[in-house]
Design a protein around this ligand. Structure first.
Ligand code: PLP
Length: 401
């Protein structure tokens, strides 16, 4: 019988690109200090802006904490492995810092194709780049594969795209993209494919294995998971792209603080438990909401009638824990719902242990194709019966007499 000390642990990231253990195990084992007698099981937090160094520094030597610092490494190693990259992830100060880094890969004057329904600030950044740098943008329905591929290929008046931006499932409409088909079509014209994998997490979908070039995360959401840090990350398997993204991070300076990264690694340890619980509760709630007299529409890829159901079954290892409902009755009915809940927290973020909900069109920047009464729900890890009871009472309370 082997002792604990003799059990194999994942090797160095270059030696073992795809790991020998399953993702839920990797989330626990990756990024630990070397297993030597007396070693701590958790990595230390190192608070130092600079490192002792003189002369021509050898490659990889730590010099200055904006360029690289060891407290980032365990989290970067773990996320790189979870996303099936040969390289560690690069952690940045927020999801938007990661998104800005990825969009910087579009060359001057290049075309960027994006989902119409996507994280609003990502679309806002693309619009800002378009107005200042000559980048061209085109919005598509990401679940309409033919339309996306037509936009990516271009035609007599449009050059082929330089980058295809994908969210799947999309925020907040939960459309599911045919990522392998989109990635293959983009590759044909030399377009980079970037996937914002925040909603799915690497436990549910690993875009690099389906042809994507770069994955971005708002680590703020599921990966950290406790609504207590703002953090982002990019992951790529490509040496050149990684060097460019690293350089972007260094010169633009949107770096992460060591404590935040340590907290994110601590959150990552329970990712599998949280995501499994949250997505099973989300499926239960979606099925019950679909029958509720005060609900006119529910979107969640777990529902057999959902437009994304078949694709999610084929391409994902789950359906995620974000769902949307429409109470009918426009903005007032949706606002009444978000005010009548007692357990659910009315708040804009998602992916935390606590369940949150929000009417998306309360923001003027949200796409006008999102219905006024659409409420996005992020299911947390509370008991599903308590979550249901609270939603049910709030829906009944908000129902016009
Ligand atoms: C929150 C979010 C972002 C932005 O991340 P921040 O950490 O808030 O900067 C990007 N994409 C998606 C899908 C998000 O939910």
């Amino acid at each position: 019988m082997s002792t604990d000390l003799e059990q194999p642990v994942p090797g160095p990231i270059d030696a073992d690109p795809h790991g020998t253990v399953r993702p839920a195990t990797l989330a626990v084992t990756a990024g630990r200090p070397a297993r030597t007698r007396g070693a701590p099981v958790n990595p230390p937090v190192v608070l130092s802006s600079t490192y002792v160094s003189t002369g021509t520094p050898p490659a990889g030597e730590l010099l200055y904490a904006r360029i690289d610092t060891e407290t980032w490494h365990p989290f970067e190693d773990a996320l790189g492995r979870l996303e099936h990259s040969r390289h560690p992830a690069l952690v940045l100060g927020s999801g938007m810092a990661a998104i800005a880094a990825a969009m910087s890969l579009v060359p001057r004057g290049g075309r960027l194709v994006l989902p119409r329904h996507a994280y609003q600030v990502s679309l806002g950044l693309a619009a800002d780049l378009a107005s200042r740098t000559g980048l061209e943008t085109e919005l598509v329905d990401i679940d309409d594969t033919a339309a996306v591929l037509a936009a990516v290929r271009g035609d007599a008046t449009r050059a082929p795209a330089a980058m295809l931006w994908v969210e799947s499932p999309t925020n907040p409409m939960l459309e599911v993209a045919d990522l392998p088909a989109l990635a293959a079509g983009a590759r044909d014209v030399g377009a980079l494919v970037v996937v914002d994998n925040t909603f799915a997490t690497p436990l549910v979908q690993r875009p690099l294995t389906q042809g994507a070039d770069v994955v971005v995360h708002s680590v703020t959401k599921y990966l950290a998971g406790h609504s207590d840090v703002v953090l982002g990350a990019v992951v790529t398997d490509d040496d050149d792209l990684r060097a460019r993204l690293h350089s972007y991070r260094t010169v633009h300076g949107a770096v992460a603080g060591p404590w935040e990264v340590w907290l994110a690694l601590r959150g990552l340890r329970t990712l599998a438990l949280r995501v499994e619980r949250a997505q099973s509760s989300a499926a239960v709630l979606a099925a019950r909401l679909a029958e509720h007299p005060s609900v006119v529409e529910v979107r969640h890829p777990s529902l057999p009638g959902d437009p994304g159901h078949a694709r999610a079954l084929a391409l994902m290892d789950g359906f995620g824990a974000i769902l949307c409902l429409r109470p009918g009755g426009g903005a007032p009915a949706a606002d009444a719902l978000t005010e009548a809940v007692r357990l659910w927290v009315p708040a804009t973020s998602l992916g935390g242990v606590e369940s949150t909900l929000e009417r998306r069109r309360r923001f003027a920047t949200e796409s006008p194709t999102v219905p006024e009464d659409l409420v996005r729900l992020s299911v947390g890890i509370e008991d599903v019966e308590d979550l249901w009871a609270d939603l049910d009472q709030a829906l009944r309370a908000g129902r016009p007499a």
